[in-house]
Write a protein that binds this ligand. Structure first.
Ligand code: NAP
Length: 470
């Protein structure tokens, strides 16, 4: 893929970049390694001051930064501004809380026959971050903020269609005070990832993106015995049961499906509705979807902007067409517009069957699949019946049913009577083909730490001796 900014609202190429040479990549890795040696000697309080400075810059430069994202990948300007603010919040969260998360954890010294024993969290070195374009700032920040606070350094290989946002991120951390090389943007294609991850100075990798990209990185990392965190795709279920407040559920369903122009890994994609309320919910949901305003993402009144690429729009339309050709029913949308920009209308499709692509594939655009089920058990069967397991939603006002959904939905998170989202305070990640490992919270920070056991004996004859090893 060429490294270029192309405005999805017009299809116009605005700026192109040369990929970095092997020599430039090697030099960047060397700087990241040197910066790691420097960073691990700094105090957590110092790193917190730098991260707070990054948050202040994000707040001060919110509007320009948001415009950059909207121009590169088409999200609405309002959503882009909210994304910048969310990044600043996450920086402050880690600046405030990392000292506690990284503090030594004392163990029961007597139980392990020590004078003192504790667990220490230490950074591991330069980490490669391969990131997607859909939340060009947030996806990177939720890796970078905890990684830098822990004392690691970051090498970013961002998606090829968001180079300006990628360069902004490197500049942001430099201006915030982090040492040269602490966070570096590598303008490279995905073909350079093997070389970078195979370098002994690079200690781990995190990837947010598609399943094929995840498989590829995991293979390289397996060969090199390096830790990975994979945040891959999802086809989140949104289950509506008879006791749910249908107006609220339909309202949230519309936002949950069409946020970020329908291009979110944790967007609700499959709406699984109990037959007792199916018709009422379908009517309310389709009416709200059809009423969304599609248009220029810079306009205040726009709800849904263009998809990020022509290829992405064609893929979404092919999935809808495949379902319709096999007998599915379109309740709204479903027509590919002509004219400039890669727009696609909010669409609701029902009467889906397992042989249709939409049943099992992730649809990365504002298209909802609507499924009728006759019971709780059938709802769980359909909800869990894909290879994904990222997020999940259930709508019910029955407390016992809420508890059952929390247990039975096989996903990295369960949101009941609310939209799936990410918070710095809560772990984020998936199961099954949605990936492994966690981002955010203390769990996310510790993915790239050496959890080191420290055991200190009395140094006297007999102390600690005689225990069997391993
Ligand atoms: P993608 O093609 O996998 O791209 C993501 C990143 O991986 C880009 O930087 C891309 O580089 C790189 N890449 C692609 N193929 C690669 C390979 N074989 N080896 C190494 N790197 C590779 O994903 P996308 O289609 O643009 O993004 C949408 C996908 O991301 C969806 O499936 C979505 O659900 C998922 N996603 C997941 C999460 C989550 O948190 N779980 C969040 C957001 C998105 P180039 O741009 O240079 O190709």
């Amino acid at each position: 893929m060429p490294i270029a900014t192309t405005n999805p609202a017009t299809g116009q190429v605005l700026k192109t970049y040369e990929a970095m040479s092997d020599e430039q990549i090697d030099a960047a890795i060397e700087r990241a390694d040197l910066a790691f040696r420097q960073l691990r000697e700094t105090t957590v309080a110092q790193r917190a001051r730098w991260l707070t400075a990054a948050a202040d810059l994000l707040d001060a430069e919110r509007d320009e930064t948001a415009r950059l994202m909207t121009t590169e990948m088409g999200k609405t300007y309002a959503a882009a501004k909210a994304e910048v603010t969310k990044c600043a919040t996450a920086c402050r969260f880690y600046a405030d809380n990392a000292p506690g998360m990284l503090a030594d954890e004392p163990a029961d010294a007597a139980a392990v026959k020590a004078k003192r024993a504790y667990v220490r969290y230490q950074p591991i070195g330069p980490v490669l971050a391969v990131m997607p374009w859909n939340f060009p700032l947030w996806q990177v920040m939720r890796f970078a903020a905890p990684a830098l606070m822990a004392g690691n350094t970051g090498l970013l290989k961002h998606a090829s269609n968001v180079p300006q946002t990628a360069l902004f991120l490197e500049d942001l951390f430099r201006r915030a005070g982090f040492p040269e090389g602490a966070f570096t943007t590598l303008l490279v294609g995905s073909d350079a990832v093997d070389r970078i991850l195979s370098d002994p100075r690079v200690r781990a990798a995190t990837l947010t993106g598609s399943e094929p990209a995840g498989r590829s990185i995991a293979q390289i990392a397996g060969r090199e015995i390096k830790k990975t965190v994979l945040e891959l795709g999802g086809s989140d279920p949104f289950v509506v049961m008879p006791s749910a407040d249908l107006d609220t559920a339909a309202e949230v369903a519309t936002t949950a499906r069409c946020q970020n122009n329908g291009q979110s890994c944790i967007a609700a994609k499959r709406f699984i509705v109990h037959t007792d309320v199916f018709d009422a919910f379908a009517e309310k949901f389709a009416a709200r979807m059809a009423a969304l305003r599609v248009g220029d993402p810079m306009d205040d009144g726009t709800d849904v902007g263009p998809l990020a690429s022509e290829r992405g729009r064609d893929e979404v339309h092919a999935q809808v067409t495949d379902a319709v050709d096999q007998g599915a029913t379109v309740l709204c949308g479903g027509e590919k517009p002509s004219g400039d920009g890669w727009y696609y209308p909010p669409t609701v499709v029902t009467d889906l069957r397992p042989e249709m692509r939409m049943w099992s594939e992730e649809v990365f655009g504002p298209v909802a699949g609507l499924y009728r089920v006759g019971s709780y058990d059938e709802a769980i069967e359909v909800a869990n019946g894909t290879s994904f397991g990222l997020g999940s939603n259930a709508w019910t006002n029955d407390p016992a049913e809420q508890e059952r959904f929390a247990v039975d939905l096989n996903a990295g998170n369960v949101f009941i009577n609310g939209m799936t989202t990410s918070y710095p305070e809560l772990p984020f990640g998936g199961v099954k083909n949605s990936g492994y490992g966690r981002e955010l919270s203390a769990a996310g920070m510790r993915e790239f730490c050496n959890t080191k056991t420290v055991w200190i004996g009395a140094g006297e004859a007999g102390a600690g001796a005689g225990a069997h090893s391993e």
